[in-house]
Design a protein around this ligand. Sequence first.
Ligand code: MFK
Length: 546
Amino acid sequence: MAFLQDSPQLAHPYRSDRLLLSLLDRALPADRRAALDGDLDALGDYAQMAWRRVCTTTPRKPILTRWDAWGGRIDRIELTAAWQEGAAMTTRHAVLASGHADNEHARLEEFARVYLYHLASEFYTCPLAMTDGAVTALKASGNPTLIERALPHFLSRDAATFWLSGQWMTENIGGSDVGDTETIARRDTDGQWRLHGRKWFSSAVVGEAALALARPEGAAEGTAALALFYVETMDGDRRKPELVIDRLKDKLGTRELPTAEIHLEGLPAWPLGELAHGVRQVAPMLNVTRTWNAVCAVASMARAISLARDYALRREAFGRPLLEQPLHAQTLADMQAEFEAAFALAFEVAHLLGKVEQHAAAPHQVAALRLLTPLAKLWTGKLAVELCSEALECFGGAGYIEDTGLPQLLRDAQVYAIWEGTTNVLSLDSLRALAGDSMDALRTTSTGWLEGNEDMHVAAVIRQALDAAARWLDRHSAARGALEAGARGLALTLARSAAAALLARQATWSSRHGDPRPAAALRRFVGRGLDRLITPDADNTAWLVR
Ligand code: MFK
């Protein structure tokens, strides 16, 4: 019989995830920790089932049928199995509802669920993130009519009444530069607002509602004149005729997600608040979806590393398992150290978000969260691509073969760095945050995270990196061009430094509980360097880009 290689097996994503288990043990009161266990266990079971399904069935894509046999416009979208299960899974395990409970740990408990559900959901988490963001933006608007109308659906624990919301911002002209939005809001004589325009990336076109940016007719150009509107997409079982789906996008990854190009032909709409400053009003939504992006990016890293580690035990080459080969073990350990730091940062943003929303955070934590959100999004987005690529290489040629289920990890990971603001857009957003007092806040917060840490070398390296970043910012803050050119280096330095301080906090706790592994991850992560600052050189850049 010819040799047959064992395929990699997915360990239980909850019960075998020591990072998630020890984070929850450290951060949650015992009663809340115990109450969470059932949902997380069930979501872990579902994730294992979904991985088996991926490995044993032919991949499917959503199918758009625009016309019925009799010439009627129907714009029907058939979804994959995981998407059809989405509403039931979300409501049964309170994925969204848990995050809006009246408790400072609510967001941490929500994002633990998101982390486990994400890959099994086939990116159904994308519209879930937008729905979560819509809840947050609606709450911030204080609009009682819309809150009463939409929130019971968005936060429902019953699949029959659950609604998804989209986030309609992106247009052909206004991609990242949302201020160029061309969609117009016109008011009927009876006072009803209606939207007219084209949205170029609509991820949740299967949802029942959306928040959309539009320019009230006659308003000035630019970002400040945009308004934020709430829309509903369905009339009972039928899509409203004023919402036309032009086509589904053909994408590199996230292929189960029905991303659409749409036309709005007078779709009824209701403003959330004032008829201007729509970007300011949608910002709470953006910061929530960016948190989802970071947590989902670390979920992809966790999956890639879990499979690569399992395979390293099963696969023998040159007479011994891969795990016993020094260079392979070195590669896996480097991946693990980066992942542990990214995990610590993404979940701290999630936890802090809950504390800030429940007024349980100090002012410096509020300012730190404003900065840490774009930092976590941009760094984890890039790292997910790097680690998924490295993980595929750990399988040799098998990592390049579609029906192993492995290439999809890499194709899907590429989206984290693009949607919800690219790495550069997020780096510039971190400059927006740094214009306030968030650098001081980050240093104060990091000092707190380092309390009790006994590794003086590590603490010194983290402080040096934060000091260097603060000096760099002072040196370049008067020259906008240099500041922007170096913004990515600054953001990565701050992200890595904050993540190291968070990992130190976890390492201190874990060491006391007899687990030396986070301390090992910390030493390796810090050893790989925190400082990514650059010296901007506009003349040199000009030579190289023309
Ligand atoms: C599985 C994970 C799922 C994740 C969900 C996936 C969903 C995917 C769907 C999408 O990708 S939707 C498209 C996402 N698009 C973007 O994220 C847009 C990227 N562009 C930006 O982020 C720009 O920075 C932005 C449009 C927000 C602002 O550009 P401008 O025109 O330069 O705005 P400006 O004048 O600087 O800011 C306007 C106001 O918003 C200011 O407040 P004021 O009016 O009080 O001065 C800003 O301070 C405020 N603001 C902007 N960003 C903010 C913010 N406030 C708080 N937090 C922020 N992040």
